[in-house]
Design a protein. Structure first.
Length: 395
């Protein structure tokens, strides 16, 4: 049995934690509307958004693809489908109907400046209003749960390809493919395909073709050690490049804010953004494997807690943000308060509500623990000691 990739666990969990400063910053950034928005905006937080948004969701899809590779090593395809439904589809439906709507309600409250009325009356109108899937002004939206929906749909669409790649991996033809594609000067050219996908439809502003590419690449690069070796070898080179290219992209982005027409500069910046994303992932995956590939007692807890916290955090953040903005105590004070209070409430709700009952675990996609007797537990522990020794040796 191969050694567990703890760096994948750490990167995924740290990515979920990054949502708290990221989405808190959305309240104060200059770029786009949000469910609640401060009247005083911050360029510092705007550049924080710009410097993280281009790689953040691609990383999560990449890690999901890598996790699928490892999951299919010890699960049947039927088990995989069942897992996708229980871990993704059920939480998405529950979150869509019960967790997300308060964001629309408070967005109306904030943008109108007065109460939108009874919540249940709002809910009736909300569920029939598909005018703007972003939902920033009170219409129906999947909100942040678009990630779960895309992950569910794309992982099923890509399943035949995953099955084919898994079954053929290790053959001479695929060994030759990995040998060629893992060479940095070949691998880096994939950013061109990323740029090309951005011309395709993007419902609600989220491009499924773009994220499907990352999901597949996460699967492919987990399937052969050559890729991680390449990430380790070239992570510093990629880091130097993004120190140069990301500021160039941001400068062009800033100067194009007032432009109302599409120009060749926009095409260039699309390719540059894709290149920066590709390089940044090499940096994160390379250094992540070096510094984060270790076990810790926090890992099992975070693995279980991260998904339900992801589901509930933004609705909590919107409500907290609505009330904190009324204090008018300054951008940074409000930002820090919103982030800290949202994090604390999210953890408390997970710890004292979600993880406590089989039903709440089920609707939030958390594995339901089956109680076993002390005698059975002792037998399992005794029987698994030799296997644990083999796992430590990487057998």
């Amino acid at each position: 049995m191969a050694n567990r990739r703890y760096d994948i666990d750490w990167l995924r969990n740290l990515g979920i934690l990054l949502l708290f400063p990221f989405h808190s910053a959305r309240i104060f950034d200059h770029w786009d509307p949000f469910y609640v928005k401060s009247h005083v905006l911050s360029w510092g937080l705007s550049w924080f958004i710009a410097s993280t948004s281009y790689w953040f969701m691609p990383l999560l899809f990449w890690l999901a693809g890598s996790s699928i590779w490892y999951a299919l090593q010890h699960r049947s395809y039927q088990q995989y489908m069942k897992d996708r439904i229980s871990r993704l589809l059920i939480p998405f439906i529950f979150g869509l109907l019960l967790i997300v709507p308060p964001q629309g309600y408070f967005s109306l409250w904030q943008h109108r400046g007065d109460s939108p009325g009874n919540y249940f009356t709002f809910l009736k109108n909300y569920l029939l209003d598909f005018s703007d899937l972003s939902g920033y002004f009170g219409s129906f939206t999947p909100a942040h749960l678009w990630f779960i929906l895309y992950l569910f749909v794309l992982s099923l669409i890509a399943l035949p390809l995953f099955i084919y790649l898994k079954n053929k991996n290790g053959t001479s033809r695929f060994e030759k493919f990995h040998l060629i594609f893992s060479k940095p000067y070949v691998y880096i050219l994939f950013f061109i395909i990323l740029a090309a996908t951005q011309s395709l439809p993007a419902p609600g502003g989220q491009n499924p073709f773009y994220y499907l590419a990352f999901l597949i690449m996460g699967f492919v690069t987990a399937s052969h050690p050559n890729y991680q070796k390449m990430f380790k070898t070239y992570r510093f080179h990629a880091f130097i490049l993004i120190l140069i290219l990301v500021p160039v992209w941001e400068i062009i982005l800033f100067h194009s804010l007032d432009s109302t027409s599409f120009s060749p500069v926009d095409i260039f910046n699309t390719f540059l953004r894709s290149l920066n994303t590709w390089l940044t992932l090499i940096v994160i995956l390379g250094y992540g494997n070096k510094f984060l590939n270790f076990s810790h007692k926090l890992v099992p807890y975070m693995n279980e807690a991260s998904f339900p916290i992801y589901i509930i955090h933004q609705s909590i953040l919107v409500v907290v943000g609505y009330f904190i903005l009324k204090f008018n105590i300054g951008v940074w004070q409000e930002y820090l308060l919103i982030m800290a209070i949202t994090f604390m409430i999210s953890v408390i709700i997970y710890e004292f509500i979600i993880k406590r009952t089989p039903f709440t675990r089920w609707i939030f996609g958390v594995k339901i623990k089956t109680p076993i007797s002390k005698k059975a537990a002792k037998k399992i522990n005794n029987d698994s000691l030799p296997l644990m020794d083999e796992e430590r040796r990487g057998v």
